[in-house]
Design a protein around this ligand. Structure first.
Ligand SMILES: Cc1cc2nc3c(=O)[nH]c(=O)nc-3n(C[C@H](O)[C@H](O)[C@H](O)COP(=O)(O)O)c2cc1C
Length: 303
């Protein structure tokens, strides 16, 4: 099945999102790459070229397949991008900011493909029409967790899909076990800016409607995480961190404290996620399932 619905030189048009701050572990990215899909590491939130180089090296020790790195342009990133280019990582994904054509060309000259992320889905066919005029392949993201979502996105003209929440609940993700369990248990999410307001202003996000979130969802607009009590500790990309109430740091495996009161990002497809699965199985189920649906639809159409 190699080459089926391939994109950007990968076997499959399936992307594992660069889950911040460090949920997209080298283990997760390598497992996705080994399954023929596009795995994206997440660059640290500060200039940390050495840490990023180590993440890339650890991933390369686990896979000989290509993979990428996601960089959030809202945070200091120039040195991190330099590492992505120097290391000739296959894909540079950029988010939350402009990435000028000059820099895209520079990356292309080094053989690094650049993927830009914007919120989509409802607008998908229109974006596909606009992008096709410029020969730009579109990857759909948001609420896709299984083969049905993959086929729907392909039907609307996308060349691939990017999944975040589904891969948080992968065996290899670096999310805290409680965060993974909550993704299996919970079905409701809400778009909010309660978490991480001071550190990343103007960046609302979708979170699980946990009891903690329900209690605080109408938080007064002048409150931020800055003066809140410390509810836990973690290590993120080798930096020790105190986690205050309403911080934007999702719990990773190293996090200790009141995990239930920490932010848990999740998309609208969360109700469809019932098991923690190895990332390779997630990719295979998506690709094989999509083929089955397409074959079945074609048979139904002629019968
Ligand atoms: C825990 C988590 C962290 C994320 N971190 C990033 C990030 O650092 N950069 C980015 O471009 N997108 C990030 N995303 C968003 C994904 O790229 C993707 O757009 C989104 O997860 C797709 O929706 P889905 O979760 O319903 O699959 C994150 C998503 C989650 C769930």
């Amino acid at each position: 099945m190699g080459g089926w619905r391939g994109i950007l030189g990968f076997d499959y048009g399936v992307v594992q999102a660069p889950l911040g701050p460090d949920i997209a572990s080298p283990e997760l990215v390598a497992a996705v790459a080994n399954a023929g899909a596009i795995g994206l590491l997440r660059a640290p939130d500060s200039e940390s070229p050495d840490v990023l180089r180590k993440l890339i090296a650890r991933t390369r020790a686990l896979t000989s397949k290509p993979f990428g790195v996601g960089v959030v342009l809202a945070f200091p990133h120039e040195k991190n991008v330099k590492v992505v280019l120097e290391e000739r990582v296959a894909v540079l994904q950029v988010y939350w900011g402009d990435y000028p054509a000059r820099l895209v060309n520079q990356a292309h000259e080094l053989g690094v493909k650049v993927v830009h992320q914007e919120g989509l889905v409802a607008l998908l066919p229109r974006v596909v029409d606009l992008a096709s005029e410029h020969n730009i392949p579109v990857i759909a993201a948001g609420g896709i967790v299984d083969a049905r979502g993959y086929v729907a996105a392909l039907a609307l003209g996308a060349k691939g899909v990017c999944m975040g929440t589904r891969f948080v609940a992968a065996t290899e993700s670096y999310a805290h076990p409680t965060y993974k369990e909550k993704i299996l248990e919970m079905v409701e999410t809400e778009y909010t800016n309660v978490f991480g307001r001071a550190r990343w202003p103007g960046a609302p996000h979708r979170v699980l409607k946990t009891p903690f979130f329900i209690k605080w969802r109408h938080l007064s607009p002048d409150e931020t995480e800055v003066d809140q009590p410390i509810i836990g500790h973690s290590t993120v990309h080798e930096l020790d961190k105190e986690i205050r109430r309403f911080a934007g740091t999702a719990p990773n495996e190293a996090t200790q404290g009141d995990i239930d009161s920490m932010v848990m990002y999740a998309g609208q497809g969360v109700g469809l996620i019932k098991e923690i699965l190895p990332a390779g199985d997630i990719v295979r189920m998506l690709v094989d399932g999509a083929q089955l649906i397409i074959q079945q639809q074609s048979l139904d159409a002629v019968s």
